[in-house]
Write a protein that binds this ligand. Structure first.
Ligand SMILES: Nc1ncnc2c1ncn2[C@@H]1O[C@H](COP(=O)(O)OP(=O)(O)OP(=O)(O)O)[C@@H](O)[C@H]1O
Length: 581
């Protein structure tokens, strides 16, 4: 069912190109039928040569016709290729545009994590693979279907009994292949599961190489890789052993069509049920029929694989698009954020449960809680990285789903650990497409404690970042992202606090930069280091997606609940580190 819908999806996307595909398929069928014609003429020429009085004029005209057919076949084959290739590249373009258009309307959260690599692979490689299917396989498939039908119809017309003889091994082979497919389903599922495991192990082995080395786990990781590879190889052997005999019988059966034909046709010839010319035509066309038929069965086996790219694009297109807001935020907003009974889940499990929270304008709220309690998720929900299905989030009383996305982004800044750097100059990386002046960029960089570092570079603010440019340390990247946020000057800041600093100097600079950034703003700090948020206006303690406590540091310490417990753990860890040092 999946195969069929992938094909119909592809045809649906083909739009106007469909007609070109049909023309390519028709030309391919004609060219393949023309491929049979010379054999028939050759047979007639041989018959003529063996006659007592040879008609050379007839042979000459037949030879000319063969020449014309060969040239015509070439031209038609070429035309089929041109049509199918033009259609293929147009369809590939349409598919890519459809996917990109859809992606641009998805929630930002879609782009977090590993999905970026997968999207790139789908749009680049998986879609490209369809070129082969559309430009080559569709015309070939058409001729593989039509040619055997035309040939067998003609043979049935010539002598239906002998034509049925040709069908016996094919029917047997077909039954055998059906039984093979049925048995293979379970094995093929296991094979795909193993392939997935192998891919994951390879990625983990390569990506985690540095960590493995640092923890002296290389040998263990390599063993894991080796075991999975061996398991995969063993399974291949098992599958081959199970199906090779059946497949071999199937191939022999298909090829044995002629073996049935020659003796039975011979007997019929001796009985004078058929004449010699019918017998020879049968011999010539049978092999042609069998070749096309075998080609058709091979297509069947590869079909789902060939259409994989279309399936991947369909998966992207199935992702729900973001609800578009149209409300403009013209006047400067105050920055009051309210979460009203929100419940949110990524997949099945709720990670935020019926949560309500009000964040007053110009106040700093820190989110704390055990790992996985939902701190990052809550912060990201304000920027519509994902949309809540139940409840609502408002800014100054307006549901964020109603606000125009550009306006929401103008009013909310994110300072995350994972800082993305454009392959551009430092100035552009701070400006991020805005029309701020150089003076303003320098001012923001000074406040972000990164100006002196930038000035120490040979090209200052014009220094290139990225692949061919200079590389920045984690702390420097963090300060550039703070400079971006200072320059943007949005009333709301969502800050994912850094978990570790490269050195003390970096840490104190970042803390100072953050103090400047947060002055007069509404801020949500996703806190990992408790001592940095002691002075927050409100500390919200999350546990399993629910608020379990909220208040100031002193209030919560006295309450002796989860917050106090987290501090005890934190103090203990710090003490341990100091002891270690
Ligand atoms: N993109 C995602 N897709 C699916 N599940 C996710 C995704 N991001 C987070 N989760 C899950 O949601 C839950 C809350 O995660 P979240 O990152 O919000 O917690 P956190 O409190 O910020 O954790 P930490 O302190 O470790 O960063 C976790 O169970 C996590 O596994």
């Amino acid at each position: 069912m999946k195969k069929k819908s992938n094909l119909s999806f592809l045809l649906e996307v083909s739009g106007k190109e469909k007609i070109k595909l049909y023309i390519a398929a028709i030309f391919s069928v004609i060219s393949s039928l023309l491929g049979i014609a010379p054999y028939i003429f050759m047979y007639n020429i041989i018959l003529e040569i063996f006659k007592t009085s040879v008609d050379y004029e007839k042979i000459k005209s037949m030879a000319i016709i063969v020449g014309v057919i060969v040239v015509a076949r070439m031209v038609i084959f070429l035309a089929s290729g041109v049509f199918s290739h033009v259609a293929a590249y147009t369809i590939l373009y349409e598919l890519r545009m459809k996917a990109i258009n859809h992606i641009s309307k998805l929630n930002m959260g879609f782009f977090t994590g590993h999905t970026i690599g997968e999207i790139k692979k789908t749009i680049n490689e998986d879609v490209e693979k369809l070129e082969n299917f559309i430009a080559h396989q569709i015309p070939d498939l058409a001729s593989a279907v039509i040619t055997p039908i035309v040939v067998i119809t003609y043979l049935l017309y010539l002598n239906w009994k002998l034509a049925l003889v040709l069908c016996i091994p094919i029917v047997l082979g077909f039954i055998l292949q059906m039984s093979m497919f049925r048995g293979m389903e379970g094995m093929s599922n296991q094979y795909h599961a193993l392939l997935k495991k192998l891919n994951a192990t390879i990625i983990q082995y390569i990506n985690g190489m540095n960590v493995m080395k640092a923890f002296n786990l290389s040998a263990k990781s390599f063993k894991n890789y080796k075991d999975t590879t061996k398991e995969y190889a063993d399974y291949w052997i098992e599958m081959t052993m199970a199906y090779s005999p059946k497949y071999a019988i199937f191939l022999v059966l298909i090829d044995s069509g002629l073996l049935f034909m020659i003796p039975i046709g011979g007997i019929m010839l001796l009985n004078q049920t058929i004449n010699v010319s019918t017998y020879i035509i049968f011999l010539i066309l049978s092999s042609n029929f069998l070749i096309s038929f075998k080609q058709l069965l091979e297509f069947g086996a590869q079909f789902s694989l060939l259409l994989e790219g279309a399936g991947k694009v369909r998966e992207i297109l199935k992702k729900e698009q973001q609800v578009k807001g149209n409300r403009r935020l013209n006047e400067k907003i105050k920055g009051k954020i309210e979460f009203n009974n929100i419940t949110f889940k990524y997949d099945k499990e709720e990670v935020i449960k019926n949560l309500s929270l009000t964040i007053e304008p110009n106040s700093i709220v820190a989110l704390v809680g055990p790992s996985g309690s939902g701190k990052t998720t809550l912060g990201q929900l304000v920027g519509r990285f994902w949309d809540v299905k139940e409840g609502s989030i408002t800014i100054d009383g307006i549901n964020i789903k109603e606000i125009k996305m550009e306006d929401l982004m103008d009013n909310v800044s994110f300072v995350f650990q994972n800082v993305f750097m454009l392959h551009d100059t430092i100035a552009e990386n701070i400006k991020m497409g805005s029309n701020k002046s150089t003076e303003e960029i320098i001012e923001a960089s000074k406040k972000a404690q990164i100006h002196d570092f930038i000035m120490s570079l040979p090209n200052g603010y014009d220094t290139l970042l990225g692949e061919e440019g200079i590389k920045l340390s984690g702390g420097e990247k963090q300060r550039i992202s703070i400079a971006r946020a200072i320059l943007k000057d949005s009333p709301i800041i969502i800050l994912d606090e850094v978990t570790s600093y490269s050195d003390v100097e970096n840490e104190s600079k970042i803390q100072q930069a953050l103090r400047t950034l947060l002055r007069g703003k509404t801020a949500i700090i996703i806190a990992h280091r408790l001592y940095t948020i002691k002075n927050a206006d409100k500390i919200v303690v999350l546990n399993e997606g629910e608020i379990v406590e909220q208040g100031t540091h002193d209030f919560l310490m006295n309450k002796k609940g989860l917050y106090r417990h987290l501090w005890d753990l934190y103090d203990y860890e710090v003490l341990e580190v100091e002891r270690g040092a």
